[in-house]
Ligand binder design. Structure first.
Ligand code: ADP
Ligand code: MG
Length: 229
């Protein structure tokens, strides 16, 4: 039996707006195991990004709790959450969030620089990942000099360098052509073989169908669909 790495218990998330509050979900329960490749699908505005942010400990639930790698995160201070995230979770944001004043390779190196690892080793790792994503020739370019798809690949490289157990990806192939999207998906399959847990939000049906299963979020409910096992 594989270990459960991510868990949501009775999770509620509301946002307060001037015209009242909106509740995205009021009692969401979810368990994701080690080595699972999961597609998060659902209409725009259904809460996919919000759920990924909650799992990444970048936002607080209104009720209920998130458990990461057996650690109940509700009781943690912000510093402890940062530590837990750094150790366990990499995130590919929907709007890639690259640092504009740093080159592609510097962006990729950043998660390990923050961890104070050896700079030479970090740069070798970054080169290897950039090569595997076929973006190495753009290493010394700044984000503004790259196309949307190229920026997305740099953001993916940055998420992979820390080699965390959990990878959360918010529409990682949104800016990519179909061929590159399939390459990114193959990379996810390789990571799955390394027992990584990957949850990716997507509107791409074909890629979603190739995940281990789909989580369909809509009208405050989450439903597990199409298990391939
Ligand atoms: P999805 O990623 O599925 O398109 P989101 O999680 O981005 O959906 O958003 C779900 C809903 O929550 C949207 O209606 C959005 O306007 C609202 N929302 C998201 N973040 C905030 C926020 N920080 N403040 C207020 N409303 C928000
Ligand atoms: Mg979104």
């Amino acid at each position: 039996m594989s270990r459960i790495l991510l868990e949501a218990n009775d999770l509620k998330k509301s946002f307060d707006h001037i015209n009242g509050s909106i509740t995205l979900f009021s009692s969401l329960n979810l368990r994701v195991k080690e080595g699972e490749l999961v597609a998060l699908i659902g209409p725009s505005g259904s809460g996919k990004s919000t759920l990924l942010h909650l799992f990444a400990l970048l936002d607080e639930p209104s009720k209920g709790k998130i458990i990461v790698n057996n650690q109940d995160t509700k009781i943690l201070s912000n510093n402890q959450k940062d530590e837990l995230r750094k150790k366990n979770i990499s995130i590919i944001f929907q709007d890639n969030n690259l640092l504009t004043d740093f080159t592609a390779i510097e962006n990729v190196m950043m998660p390990l620089i923050i961890k104070n690892e050896n700079k030479k080793i970090i740069s070798q790792k970054a080169e290897k990942i950039l090569k595997s994503l076929k973006i190495f020739n753009r290493s010394n370019h700044f984000p503004s000099q790259l196309s949307g798809g190229e920026q997305q690949r740099v953001a993916i490289a940055r998420a992979l360098i820390a080699e965390t157990k959990i990878i959360l990806a918010d529409e990682p192939t949104g800016n990519l052509d179909f061929k590159t999207s399939k390459e990114i998906f193959s990379l996810f399959l390789k990571l799955k073989k390394l027992k990584k847990t990957i949850i990716f939000a997507t509107h791409n049906r074909e890629l979603a169908n190739r995940a281990d299963y789909k989580l369909f979020i809509s009208d405050g409910n989450i439903k597990r669909m199409n298990d391939r096992k």
